[in-house]
Design a protein around this ligand. Structure first.
Ligand code: PGA
Length: 249
């Protein structure tokens, strides 16, 4: 069983003051049985890293460009993340797929770019409501995931983090039931097992309206190894409680 992981995706929220207040509270929680990551907006990455000094909380970014450098106004590279000490990056979040037209083949390039610089991708996959209603959940997961799994080297495969985030559950207050989530997580682990013998150790986390009061049941599922948390990661007591639940799972 992999060590549980909880990552907070702050999306486009926050300010200098907000970062400081939130991190001061988060740093008061210490439990080595869960890996905690915060993913602030790009503008605050360095500031957050400074404020994380002396804690076990790790830093993640929300996106990177797939190229190592160049004339790509407004973008940041994996090398830049490595340079400042950022260890994780969210790739292929459904908001990127939807609002910025990111394709699955682009997520392949981004995952490779991240690994080449020693940054661990948190690859998001998940179906829309319409796709679920049409009974296409597994087909969609397959399409989003297989191309990435196929392209990664063995050692990369072993450290890739996969976040199952049903689009219909993100920011909506609707959560997949623990059974629904477990069913997809189990399917994802089976897919990973086609590419590596260490699939049992792969981290597959759940995201989509995880809250302090539904985290316990989700994290108790055998194939759920923690969470990717949006809204609830912006409130220290809620995020700490979710981390505590993951540590106890
Ligand atoms: P949510 O977001 O927890 O607010 O639903 C999760 C995510 O988008 O990663």
């Amino acid at each position: 069983m992999p060590k549980p992981m909880v990552a907070g995706n702050w999306k486009m929220h926050g300010s200098k003051k907000f970062c400081q207040q939130l991190l001061t509270e988060l740093k008061s929680f210490q439990d080595d049985s869960v890996d905690i990551i915060v993913c602030p907006p790009t503008a605050y990455l360095s500031l957050v890293l400074q404020q994380l000094a002396g804690s076990n909380i790790k830093l993640g970014a929300q996106n990177i460009h797939e190229q190592p450098q160049g004339a790509f106004t407004g973008e940041i590279s994996a090398a830049m993340l490595q340079d400042i000490g950022c260890e994780y990056v969210i790739i292929g979040h459904s908001e990127r797929r939807l609002y910025f037209s990111e394709s699955s083949s682009l997520t392949v390039e981004k995952c490779k770019a991240a690994f080449e610089k020693g940054i661990t991708p948190i690859l998001c996959v998940g179906e829309s409501q319409q796709q679920r209603d049409a009974d296409e959940t597994f087909k969609v997961i397959n399409q989003q995931l297989n191309c990435v799994l196929e392209a990664l080297q063995q050692n990369w495969l072993e450290s890739l983090v996969i976040a199952y985030e049903p689009v219909w559950a993100i920011g909506t207050g609707l959560t997949a039931t623990p059974e629904q989530a477990q069913q997809v997580h189990q399917y994802i682990r089976k897919l990973v097992a086609e590419y590596t013998s260490n699939a049992a150790d792969s981290r597959i986390v759940y995201g989509g309206s995880v809250k302090a009061d539904n985290a316990t049941e989700l994290f108790a599922q055998p194939d759920i190894n923690g969470g990717l948390i949006g809204g609830a990661s912006l409130k220290a007591p809620d995020f700490i409680e979710i981390c505590r639940q993951a540590a106890m799972a």
